[in-house]
Design a protein around this ligand. Structure first.
Ligand SMILES: NC(=O)c1ccc[n+]([C@@H]2O[C@H](COP(=O)([O-])OP(=O)(O)OC[C@H]3O[C@@H](n4cnc5c(N)ncnc54)[C@H](O)[C@@H]3O)[C@@H](O)[C@H]2O)c1
Length: 448
C-alpha cells in the first residue's frame, strides 16, 4: 500500500518506518526541512531503540522516503496519516493548528480519493474539524473529491516505540465507514498475525479512548506519589506497599512506581487537555485536576529534600544530576522532571553537573544560555567534588554503580534518589546518606 505520514516526529517516524518494514511504500512528510535533511542524509533526528536500523534498511530498500514537498506527499499515499504535534495552548487545551494545517495541505493537493487517519492525540470532535478543513480547501478549488476521516490514536511508548508498533496490545480504530475500516484492518493485519487486536468503534469514542488511557496511567502515578509522601511520614516503605498491592490482579504492577513525578510529551499535556475539553462542555473533572496538582508538587520533592538537608540557600553548592530525559531510552526532555529540579537548584544558587546517556545534546539546547549547568562524560565524572547526587531518570546504567568510587568522588556521600533505585539498608551499610521517595524511617525493616 502507498502511505503518507504527515509529521515525522517520534510517532510519525516510528509509524512510517514500521509500516515500511512490512512492505508498504511510505513517504514521510514534514515542514521541518532540517529534520528531513538529516533523514535524507542517513541520520536520525531522535533517539529510539531499534529505529536507526529500521530506517536504514527500509530506506535502502526504497520503501521509506522523506520529503518536504506537500504536493508530492499528498499525491503519494492513498492513506494519509496525520501525526503532527498537538502541544498545549496557554489554557491547557490542545493546540490543533498543526492538525488543521495538515488537513488543509491534504485538501489543497488531493486529486482523488484519500483516507485521512488522525493519529495525533486530539480532543473529541477533531475528526469533524479535519473533515471541515479538507472540505473547505476542496470547495475553494471548486472540486468535489471524496475522502474519509478516521481516528487511529497511537499508544506507543517512547523508549520502546518500535517494539510497541510492531507488536501492539491493541489498535483502536474510530470509523463510521465500513470501507475505511476494511482498509485500516488491512494496514494493521501484518502487526497482529497471531490474533487480531483491532478494536473498532465510533470516531468520538476512539478520540476519547486515547485521553482516557493516558489519564488513567497518570492517575496511577500520582496516586502512588501521594501514598509515598504519606508512607514517608508514617514510617512505612512505599516499595513494600507497591508489592503488596501490585500482586492483586485487579491492580497489577504496571505504573505503580513512586518517583519524582511524570513528564514527557504526553501525560502532562493530555491530562491538561482532557480537563479543558471537559470544562468547555461544562463538566468538572476534580480527580484529574488533583492528578495534575499532585504531579506538579512531586516534581519538587527532590529539591525539597535537598533543601531540608542543605538549607534554603544553596550558593556555592554543586550537585550531580543523573538522568535528564523524562524517562529512560529516549532523548525526549519535554516536561521532564529534571528541568524542574535543575531550574530550582540554579535558582537557589547551586551549580549542576549533569549526565545522561543520550539526552545531553537535547539538554544543551534546553539549557542554552543558562549559567551554572555543565555536562560530564560519565556518571562518575558528574559526581566529582559534588555535594550530593540527585537521580532523576532510572536509566539501567545507574542501577549498579561503583559505590566505593562514588563515595570517594562526592564531597559528602549524599544521594537523593527520585527513582528508588537502591535499597535503603544497603545504602546505609555502604556509608551513604540516602534519600529515596516514600521509604519512611522504618525503611527496610522486616524486608524479605
Ligand atoms: N511521543 C509519544 O510518545 C506519543 C505517543 C502517542 C501519541 N503521541 C501523539 O502523537 C502526536 C505527535 O507526537 P510526537 O511526539 O511525534 O511529536 P513531534 O513533535 O516529535 O513530531 C511532530 C512533527 O510534526 C511536524 N509538523 C508540524 N506541523 C506539520 C505540518 N503542518 N505538516 C507536516 N508536518 C508537520 C513537526 O515538524 C514535527 O516534526 C501528538 O499528538 C502526540 O500527543 C505521541
Amino acid at each position: 500500500m502507498k502511505i503518507t505520514m504527515i509529521g515525522t516526529g517520534y510517532v510519525g517516524l516510528v509509524s512510517g518506518a514500521c509500516l515500511a518494514e512490512v512492505g508498504n511504500e511510505v513517504l514521510c512528510y514534514d515542514v521541518d526541512a532540517r529534520k528531513i535533511a538529516v533523514l535524507n542524509d542517513g541520520g536520525l533526528p531522535i533517539h529510539e531503540p531499534g529505529l536507526a536500523e529500521l530506517v536504514q534498511r527500509n530506506r535502502a530498500a526504497g520503501r521509506l522516503r522523506f520529503s518536504t514537498d506537500a504536493a508530492e506527499s499528498v499525491a503519494h499515499g492513498g492513506v494519509q496519516f496525520i501525526a503532527v504535534g498537538t502541544p498545549p495552548n496557554e489554557d491547557g487545551s490542545a493546540d490543533l493548528q498543526h492538525v488543521v494545517a495538515a488537513a488543509r495541505t491534504i485538501g489543497r493537493h488531493m486529486s482523488d480519493y484519500r483516507l485521512v487517519v488522525d493519529k495525533s492525540t486530539v480532543p473529541v470532535g477533531t475528526a469533524d474539524a479535519v473533515r471541515d478543513a479538507i472540505a473547505r480547501e476542496l470547495a475553494a478549488r471548486g472540486v468535489a473529491t471524496p475522502f474519509t476521516v478516521v481516528s487511529n490514536p497511537e499508544f506507543l511508548k517512547e523508549g520502546a516505540a518500535v517494539e510497541d508498533f510492531m507488536r501492539p496490545d491493541r489498535v483502536v480504530i474510530g470509523a463510521d465507514d465500513p470501507e475505511a475500516t476494511r482498509i485500516m484492518r488491512a494496514i494493521y493485519a501484518p502487526f497482529q498475525r497471531s490474533h487480531e487486536r483491532l478494536i473498532v468503534m465510533d470516531v468520538r469514542s476512539a478520540e476519547l479512548t486515547k485521553y482516557a488511557a493516558n489519564a488513567m496511567l497518570a492517575t496511577r502515578i500520582s496516586f502512588m506519589n501521594e501514598l509515598a509522601n504519606l508512607a514517608e511520614r508514617l514510617g512505612a516503605d512505599i516499595e513494600h506497599v507497591r508489592r503488596g498491592i501490585g500482586s492483586d490482579p485487579r491492580i497489577g504492577f504496571h505504573f505503580l512506581y513512586a518517583g519524582a513525578g511524570y513528564g514527557g510529551s504526553c501525560f502532562p499535556k493530555d491530562v491538561k487537555a482532557i480537563i479543558r475539553t471537559a470544562a468547555k462542555t461544562g463538566v468538572d473533572l476534580p480527580m484529574l485536576a488533583a492528578v495534575e496538582r499532585v504531579n506538579e508538587a512531586q516534581k519538587r520533592v527532590l529539591v525539597r529534600k535537598i533543601r531540608e538537608r542543605f538549607g534554603e540557600k544553596l550558593d556555592g553548592r554543586r550537585f550531580a544530576v543523573w538522568g535528564l530525559a523524562f524517562k529512560p531510552n529516549t532523548d525526549d526532555m519535554r516536561e521532564a522532571p529534571s528541568r524542574v529540579v535543575i531550574a530550582e537548584l540554579l535558582e537557589r544558587g547551586a551549580t549542576v553537573v549533569a549526565y545522561d546517556p543520550v539526552a545531553m545534546d537535547e539538554a544543551r539546547r534546553v539549557f542554552a544560555g543558562q549559567r551554572g549547568v555543565s555536562y560530564a562524560g560519565s556518571p562518575l565524572e558528574a559526581t566529582d567534588r559534588a555535594d550530593a547526587l540527585a537521580i532523576v531518570t532510572e536509566w539501567k546504567e545507574f542501577r549498579s554503580p561503583d559505590f566505593d568510587a562514588l563515595r570517594e568522588r562526592l564531597r559528602q556521600p549524599v544521594i537523593f534518589d527520585g527513582r528508588n533505585l537502591y535499597e535503603p539498608d544497603d545504602m546505609r551499610r555502604l556509608g551513604f546518606e540516602y534519600f529515596p521517595i516514600g521509604r519512611g524511617t522504618g525503611q527496610g525493616k522486616g524486608a524479605a
